[in-house]
Design a binder for this molecule. Sequence first.
Ligand code: ADP
Ligand code: MG
Length: 698
Amino acid sequence: MSTVSELFGSLVFDERVMKARLPGNIYYSLKQTIRQGKSLDLSVANAVATAMRDWAVEKGATHFTHWFQPMTGITAEKHDSFISPSPDGGVIMDFSGKELIKGEPDASSFPSGGLRATFEARGYTAWDPTSFAFIKGKTLCIPTAFCSYSGEALDLKTPLLRSMEALNKQAIRILKLFGHNDVTQVTASVGPEQEYFLVDRKLYEKRPDLIFTGRTLFGAKPPKGQEMEDHYFASIKPRVQAFMDDLNEELWKLGILAKTEHNEVAPAQHELAPIYSTANIATDHNQLTMEMMQKVAAKHGLVCLFHEKPFAGVNGSGKHNNWSISTNTGINLLSPGETPHENAQFLLFLVAVIKAVDDYQDLLRMSVATAGNDHRLGANEAPPAVVSIFLGDELTGILESIEKEVPYNGKEKVVMKLGVHALPRFTRDTTDRNRTSPFAFTGNKFEFRMLGSSNSIAGPNTILNAAVADTLRIFADELEGAEDFNGALQKLIQRTITAHKRIIFNGNGYDDAWIKEATEKRGLLNLRTTPDCIPAMLEKKNMDMLTGMKVFTVSELRSRYEIMMENYCKTLRIEANTMVDMVTKGILPAVEAYAADTAACAAAKKSLIPNLSCEYEISLVTRLSNLVDSIRKKTDELQQILISLHDAENATAEAFLIRDKVLPKMAELRAVCDEAETVTAKKYWPYPTYSDLLFGVY
Ligand code: ADP
Ligand code: MG
């Protein structure tokens, strides 16, 4: 058994390996490429490819793949073997610089939202040297971006990389104004906290709804749910602990800094948090983490559920996206400093984030919108669908003092003047442990808490980086021309606070009164469902910002709009069809069988003892028969609605029809089926129950 430090990164072609295996000049050029995005010439690529191949083959790899993140939200790979024929009839293990830099997977079966006409079905993948190559199984995986031949992004990573570049460029402009001429790179860092459920594989396999949709479409409430609040941070059950131990080891080998793990609020729910890294690497690592969780779970006879709401009536799962920006010289730009000068800089970045979140609430909400996440946001367990920022009372008080030039209500009672006064030391506010804020400042980072557990973190971070970059651009444009920098800075910050303080809310986000105040008094958006959110992508102000920051082109945005609408429709059509199938093949026959056996029992008893009343059997059979009728009726109605979807003009029209007609009918059908479950004897019920699933792992 090797130690963690020997294990860590042992399957990653990281800087340690590069340094050990590459000639000095090659290592230096590659590092320039990684650090500064310089392009790589073919001779360097060839040398890197050779070293990578030798290293991978020594570790037992036989294949390589360009690993990418198409808009399905999961990762894709196509394996090619290293084998190449040699003249003597044998084979050599071959891998060229060209193969490292560029791949050509057949792209026609990945979603493109019309971007890629079929005559140019091929897209290409391009090596992203900022994320290290790694070995999975027997395959060397090379992280890549995926584009069409006309250069349009067909993946989630390309826009993310572009947004990081935009943020880098604009933040450096601001830092120059503060005299940081030594800063050559600014990066967004992310630490995503991942929630998930673990269920027993044998039980999972008996639930078509879990298999096809990732969530239970039926299931009466168990006698015990999460009301005892005895799961959160409770000691971890042995089988789960064994899974976590194994998982940590696999993640460490891949250089993933899995750090904390604990039980979550709901029974069978858990969380894993890594140590943060650059937004790009964090995205790759989060995808890999989810994949490893599935693999390791399978080894332990478990299944890992990433759906946002696998079980009705208990908490769903999300992902907390901890985000900050920092320089290559080691300054966290969201960390309050010690001197008045540092404070002024911190406050400028702080208000930039505040303005960006207020101006692009709709895009941020859109970036986390999926059919699954619609079950959480606004359902009093995750943040509401209204975007707002938590700063804590102290920081809010400081901003107010700056804005209104009134004494800050702290010990010193001074009017906060930028560049003159040091910020009063404020303690990190811990009152927000209720997690009701969608976007919380937590001392030196923001925690965006609206992400669903199955979301790729690429999309939300792309929007966040782009929106903050654009705000910094506006600030830099204004400040670069200023004669009196401190005066201009003070005015800019004051003006920004006045214009955007409506987005700051430190209270309880679950409170109905907040939703009313947010929408009626403050004019904040309440985009409740996915079809409400998607159109934000095509709004002029948003398209201008995203194209201006060169994060998306107009056609990329249009194609993503189509893909999101289609995904929403597909997801819910599959759910509705699965329901119909389970009712027809499982639930109705089961309830019927129980009714028939009960009736037969009454008949038998009566033939033996004619004057028995058989009241129990008769009332039960009546109730079961009525339930059967109503299940049948609602299933027919659901099927009729599904047929009528064919008449929808386009995906947008269909999405709204599904939301307004299909979802309510599914809820009605579920209600009668769940009632039937509560009156049907267990041995007749065809599916594992909530009690089995939620309390089945120990
Ligand atoms: P909390 O308890 O407030 O959630 P933690 O220290 O547990 O905070 O961190 C949660 C996640 O935030 C972890 O993934 C951690 O690595 C990440 N994180 C911590 N500091 C930063 C930062 N400056 N930028 C981005 N992520 C961070
Ligand atoms: Mg947290």
